[in-house]
Design a binder for this molecule. Structure first.
Ligand code: FAD
Length: 408
């Protein structure tokens, strides 16, 4: 019997877990198996500085090649894990090889939803943004004067729109819902971000879906929209959300419900199998949620590493997130799921603002637009559990420091 720790997925969470094991001086054998050809790298710059051409791929890598040898972490790239044989505690690769595990971690991430071929999703010039390859293909399309259609007004779509405008393209964003950022942010945040994009000459068409992409010689040339209009396009970016990579777990008979179901210790329904990052659905506020973020991938993986190493501390998520668009930094502390009230606060600087979310009277999250002070204050309040004084929040002349007065 082996005590080998096998990690499926060489992304943000898989790497963080291996690194934490070694930081905790755990010496058991570790193997990370990843489908991509690159060493583990960070994804956020793929629709930000990397796509803009302002950051080289080397700078995206968490660690250089020698780190893995130096830390006795085996890494197998371009390798797809096809099956988990739980009875034998073994994973089977696509090439038929297999590897025994003592503990298995699923860190398989998520996959962007694509458009079906029936609406032209398989035409050339239609992209998603998930990995290095996607970003490289997209970067090749970003030439001044060309026409980009972005389908989906979420963070990924809006970041791609900002890069395309920066590169001098004509950009249209279509969003099927009533407004952009509908799933992830309040109307006030969406209003600010819409204005910023419109100021940069992005055409934003809300309540507008895609009817059909039109191809010529196998490549997209136009898009028929749900309002009956047709626009000419040179390429399309599809940013309509992601689905967790939980197939492997499902086929192995683990509990799966829009993600691998885990407890507060990142443990799946099989006690020797853990799941971390985008692929896991965790306990949140009396229910379950998936947190698709760097914060969760790293913190949950590190918590799981401590547990695998013999610890007993549950993972208590403290979500935060960010999005960069043009020179605007949107920072989010907390998770606004189920909010029923928001409060707008104008920031001290021109263009700065924050939107504070409440659920049943309790402060749960803040979106800070170019307002680091609001972000830091919100984060500290959430960590301490202190409720902000709304009169102070609502008064733009007030100093947010007052809110922290009650904290130790
Ligand atoms: P991933 O990093 O996706 O890694 C999963 C890996 O597992 C992949 O390499 C995949 O190929 C591999 N894999 C899957 N199945 C198998 C298998 N069967 N066998 C072998 N390998 C397998 N988050 C933020 O907080 N802020 C941001 O600004 C932000 N921007 C983003 C921008 C982009 C373009 C993208 C794509 C994501 C962004 N995110 C951002 C989200 C963040 O990057 C993810 O939440 C994070 O990468 C999740 O880490 P993970 O390890 O769970 O998954």
């Amino acid at each position: 019997m082996t005590n080998r720790l096998v990690i499926v997925g060489a992304g943000q969470a898989g790497f963080a877990l291996a690194a934490k094991m070694r930081a905790l001086k755990d010496t058991r054998p570790i193997t990370i198996i990843g489908a991509e050809e690159s060493l583990p790298y960070q994804r956020p710059p793929l629709t930000k500085k990397y796509l803009l051409g302002e950051m080289s791929f080397d700078r995206l890598l968490f660690r250089p090649q020698h780190w893995y040898a130096d830390n006795d972490v085996e890494i197998r790239l371009t390798t797809w894990v096809e099956q988990i044989k739980r009875d034998e505690k073994r994973v089977v690769m696509q090439d038929g090889s297999s590897l025994d595990y003592g503990t298995l971690v699923l860190a398989t991430g998520s996959t962007p939803r694509r458009l079906p071929p029936s609406v032209g999703g398989d035409l050339d010039g239609v992209y998603v943004a998930r990995d290095k390859r996607d970003a490289d293909l997209l970067a090749g399309e970003m030439r001044a004067g060309r026409r980009a259609l972005i389908i989906g007004g979420g963070y990924i779509g809006l970041e791609a729109a900002a890069v395309a405008r920066h590169r001098g393209l004509e950009v249209t964003v279509i969003e099927m819902a009533d407004r952009i950022l509908q799933r992830v942010a309040a109307k006030a945040t969406a209003d600010i971000m819409r204005r910023i994009h419109q100021d940069h000459d992005v055409v934003i068409r809300e309540k507008t879906g895609l009817k059909q992409l039109v191809g010529k010689n196998g490549r997209v040339v136009a898009a028929e929209l749900s309002d009956g209009t047709t626009i000419d396009v040179d390429f399309v970016v599809v940013g309509i959300g992601v689905a967790p990579n939980d197939q492997l777990a499902k086929e192995a008979g683990l509990d799966v419900a829009n993600g691998v179901v885990v407890d507060a210790f990142a443990r799946s329904s099989d006690p020797s199998i853990y799941a971390v990052g985008d692929c896991a659905i965790l306990l949140w506020d009396g229910g379950r949620a998936r947190l698709e973020s760097v914060q969760n991938a790293v913190d949950q993986a590190e918590a799981a590493a401590a547990i695998i190493g013999g610890g007993n501390e549950p993972y208590d998520p403290k979500p935060w997130f960010w999005s960069d668009q043009y020179d605007v930094k949107l920072q989010i502390a907390g998770f606004n799921l189920g909010y029923d009230e928001t409060l707008f606060r104008a920031g001290a600087r021109e263009g700065a603002a924050s939107i504070w979310y409440f659920k049943a009277g309790k402060f749960i999250a803040v979106d800070a637009v170019n307002d680091a002070k609001a972000y830091v204050t919100g984060k500290k309040l959430l960590e301490s559990g202190v409720q902000p004084d709304r009169a102070v929040l609502a008064d733009p002349a007030s100093d947010l420091k007052q809110l922290l007065g009650l904290m130790k």
